[in-house]
Every structure is written in structure tokens, then in C-alpha cells.
Design a protein around this ligand. Structure first.
Ligand code: NAD
Length: 434
């Protein structure tokens, strides 16, 4: 091994385009990588690869507003790592999106994709825009101009965007159409999360919640918890939390507590999740549901449960409420719901945490299936998709569980070890070009 190829120090990893004293989410990611470095063995000489995004594109997105004026928005696409395959990751529309955030999210996609072993690298995109302030026509123009601008680095074989915060099937359809028009041919595989009629996949909508359920049942089996009658608490009753809750109830568990942005509910004998899903579809939230008792929002975290599923926002379990949580297993449906300080408190209390990079990877896994189906123009049944999803999630859980047991580390650290080793092994085998 050449000594020139030894990894450089962290100080050299700080890019000149971020503020060294406030790296934001990218700084959090760098600390996570440093934490797994001692476990990477010979791969650690490539560690610097993980601390530098491969490619960052910042674009100006000008559009004509409905009132005839021109507005400019800042857009990003970051490809963190493509050693294991094309970049893959969503596009976020939010007025507060920053480059540091998109860089961190792209890196977490590299980790997630490697942790569940789908053949992708990691990427992420974003536009600093509040989509609620745009008309439908303005939203379409922003999407099409952004897609054209990042069109030089995305493609079915290079980098495949998907929905994220404030982006959806319609936005994916506009992205696919714009890329296809520029290419002169329909390229359905350039994005995933598309409408079914444009090459989307059956089962994609439910995939993340289903993945949460699969790893939750695996975790329960490992700690000797019977799902029959197990008490489930869920924060967030949307796409991820609502589906996961319904699947746990169908498997015989009781969903005893639910919280969303409109309030919290409790029912010791178990909430009827189908009735609650119908209520949310009609009213926009769980508040006002008469099939359970209302609960003060703070009390939600004190309810004794067997499995707690945070499936709403980041930073919900903090040092303020972690000490009050009485549960056996936390399955992170949301991205980043647990702060580092809370993680340590819960670990000391013996709570098993299944980290987001494994627990919510069902979405990107079925995105991978969508991409494969688009390439072959042959579409699978929902049963086939669900079976394959279950297999991927179980294998990922088992690989991470084994590394956690062998090294006596948390499932989060183990997931990073598994993922970083896979990425750096690919880097090692490919070698440096030239
Ligand atoms: P969603 O919009 O369908 O649902 C979000 C839920 O969170 C809603 O029930 C909402 O009421 C609730 N919520 C919002 N603010 C809240 C607050 N202050 N307190 C309590 N609840 C609040 O979104 P989703 O697709 O279910 O995503 C949820 C989380 O899962 C996000 O962190 C997302 O990044 C993550 N995730 C989603 C997918 C996916 O495929 N949808 C994949 C991976 C990760």
C-alpha cells in the first residue's frame, strides 16, 4: 500500500465553500463518519472519499412569474458518491434549503443505498423556493428550468432524482418530460416516484411504511417481543407512519398512541387505523378523531409502548424527552428524528434503535425496482414488489444486526460500518483513475 494513499486529515476535508466554524448538517455527517473510522479496517485509507462530495452543481433558476416579472431561485444537485452505481436521491423544494444540507442529504443517501445494498451511489437536489407561494404554472416552470439546468449531470445511467420534501409525482412527471424533450426521446428511468401511468411502480407509495413494518417485526423477533398484542406508538400519520401503523395492526399489534401536527390520541385497546386513515384523508389530520381519547402533545412521549415509530420530522427525540420515553424498540421512519444526545440517553436505557438509514430505506428500494422495470419496460405485480422489498429489508437488517453484535456497537454505528465498507471496497476495487 502506497503511503501517499493514506487518508488525509479531517482539517483538510473542510471545503472552502462552507463556513469552517459552522458546517451545518454537513458537519454532523462528518462527525458520523469519524465515529465509524476505527471500524473500517484497511478500507479506512479511502475514508477521505466519503468526506468530499464527488460533484456539486449550483444553478440559477430564473422563471417568469404570472405577473410578468422575473424571479431567480438557487438550485443544487450534489452527487456525493457514485462508486457503487449512479447517484440516487430526492429533490427538496424549501425556502431554507442550503448547500450544506443538500451535501449532507446526498451523503446520507450514499449510506442508505449501501446499507440496503441497492446498486446506487448517493445524490440529492434542492431549490431555495417556497412552493406554496407559486401558482401551478410557476411551479411547473421552476421545475422544468431546474431540470434543464441540472440536465447536464442527471440521466438514467448517471443520477436519478426522486420526490422529497414538497415534491411529488406531478413534479417527477414534469422532470421526466423536460429531460426527455431535451434528449429527443422518452427516458422514463431518469426519475423515480413517477405516476404509475408514466412508468411508476406499484407499491411505491406504501414502500417506506412497509419497510418500517418489516424491520420492526425483525427487531421484535430478536428481542423476543410478540407482535400479537404489542403496543405501538406512532408520531406522524402520513405516508410513512399511517401505512406502518396499519400494517402493525393487521399483524395483531395495537396502535395505542398517535401524534401528528393537529394533535395526539390515545386508546389502550388499540385505535382502528383504517378509520383514522379515513379521518385524516377527510380532515387533514388526526385531531378531532372520535375513536380515541385526545392526549396532550407532551404526554405522547411518556406513554408506555413496545415499539415507538417517529415518522414525522427530524429532531423530535431530543435530550428533553428521551429520558421520559418508555419503549423497547424505536424504528426511525423519519429521517434524522433522534438527536445524538438523545441517542446516547436511549442507548444507556437499553432501547433498541433501528436507524433511519435502514428503517426507512423501503422507499428507495422500490424506487430501485421502478428504475429496473423502466429499463426493461416490463412491470411487476404488487405482490412481486412487496416480496422483493421484504427480502431486501430483512437482509439489510440481518447484516447490520450481525455487525452490531460482533462489534458491540449500536445499530446506527453498525449501519454506517456496513455501508461505508461497501462504498470504500468499491472504491478500492475500482482504483484511482488515471
Ligand atoms: P407526510 O407528509 O405524508 O406525513 C408527515 C406526517 O408528519 C403527517 O402526519 C404530519 O401531520 C406529521 N407532522 C408534521 N409536523 C408535525 C409535528 N410538528 N408534530 C407531529 N407530527 C407532525 O410525510 P411522509 O412521506 O410520511 O414522511 C415522513 C418522514 O419520513 C419524513 O422525515 C421523510 O423525510 C421520511 N421519509 C419518507 C419517505 C417516503 O417514501 N415517503 C422515505 C424515507 C423517509
Amino acid at each position: 500500500m502506497s503511503s501517499q494513499l493514506q487518508s488525509t486529515t479531517s482539517a483538510q476535508s473542510i471545503p472552502s465553500y462552507l463556513h469552517a466554524d459552522d458546517l451545518g448538517p454537513w458537519g454532523n455527517y462528518l462527525r458520523q463518519v469519524d465515529r465509524v473510522a476505527p471500524y473500517l479496517g484497511s478500507s479506512s485509507r479511502w475514508l477521505e472519499t466519503l468526506k468530499r462530495p464527488k460533484r456539486i452543481l449550483i444553478v440559477d433558476v430564473p422563471i417568469e412569474l404570472d405577473n410578468g416579472t422575473v424571479a431567480h431561485f438557487e438550485g443544487y444537485r450534489v452527487q456525493h458518491n457514485v462508486s457503487r452505481g449512479p447517484g440516487k436521491g430526492g429533490v427538496r423544494y424549501h425556502q431554507d434549503v442550503t448547500l450544506s444540507e443538500v451535501m449532507a442529504l446526498s451523503a446520507w443517501m450514499s449510506v442508505k443505498n449501501a446499507a440496503v445494498n441497492v446498486p446506487y451511489g448517493g445524490a440529492k437536489g434542492g431549490i431555495r423556493v417556497d412552493p406554496r407561494k407559486l401558482s401551478r404554472g410557476e411551479l411547473e416552470r421552476v421545475t422544468r428550468r431546474y431540470t434543464s439546468e441540472i440536465g447536464i449531470i442527471i440521466g438514467p445511467n448517471t443520477d436519478i432524482p426522486a420526490p422529497d420534501v414538497n415534491t411529488n409525482e406531478q413534479i417527477m412527471a414534469w422532470m421526466m418530460d423536460t429531460y426527455s424533450m431535451n434528449q429527443g426521446q422518452t427516458a422514463t428511468g431518469v426519475v423515480t416516484g413517477k405516476p404509475i401511468s408514466l412508468g411508476g411502480s406499484l407499491g411505491r407509495r406504501e414502500a417506506t411504511g412497509r419497510g418500517v413494518f418489516v424491520v420492526g417485526t425483525e427487531a421484535a423477533r430478536r428481542v423476543g417481543l410478540d407482535i400479537q398484542g404489542a403496543r405501538i406508538a406512532v408520531q406522524g400519520f402520513g405516508n410513512v407512519g399511517g401505512i406502518a401503523a396499519r400494517l402493525f395492526e393487521e399483524a395483531g399489534a395495537k396502535v395505542i398512541a398517535v401524534q401528528d401536527h393537529t394533535g395526539s390520541l390515545y386508546k389502550a385497546s388499540g385505535i382502528d387505523t383504517n378509520a383514522l386513515l379515513a379521518h385524516v384523508a377527510n380532515t387533514g389530520g388526526v385531531g378531532g378523531f372520535t375513536g380515541a381519547d385526545p392526549l396532550a402533545n407532551d404526554e405522547f412521549w411518556t406513554i408506555e409502548s413496545d415499539i415507538l415509530i417517529p415518522a414525522a420530522l427530524e429532531n423530535q427525540i431530543t435530550e428533553k424527552n428521551a429520558g421520559k420515553i418508555k419503549t423497547k424498540i424505536i424504528v426511525e421512519g423519519a429521517n434524522g428524528p433522534t438527536t445524538t444526545a438523545a441517542d446516547d440517553i436511549l442507548h444507556d436505557k437499553g432501547v433498541l434503535i433501528i436507524p433511519d438509514v435502514v428503517a426507512n430505506a423501503g422507499g428507495v428500494t422500490v424506487s430501485y425496482f421502478e428504475w429496473v422495470q423502466d429499463f426493461s419496460s416490463f412491470f411487476w405485480t404488487e405482490d412481486e414488489i412487496n416480496q422483493r422489498l421484504e427480502r431486501v429489508m430483512r437482509e439489510a437488517f440481518n447484516a447490520v444486526w450481525q455487525v452490531a453484535s460482533e462489534n458491540k456497537v449500536s445499530m446506527r454505528t453498525a449501519a454506517f460500518i456496513v455501508a461505508c465498507k461497501r462504498i470504500l471496497m468499491a472504491r478500492e476495487m475500482r482504483g484511482l483513475y488515471p
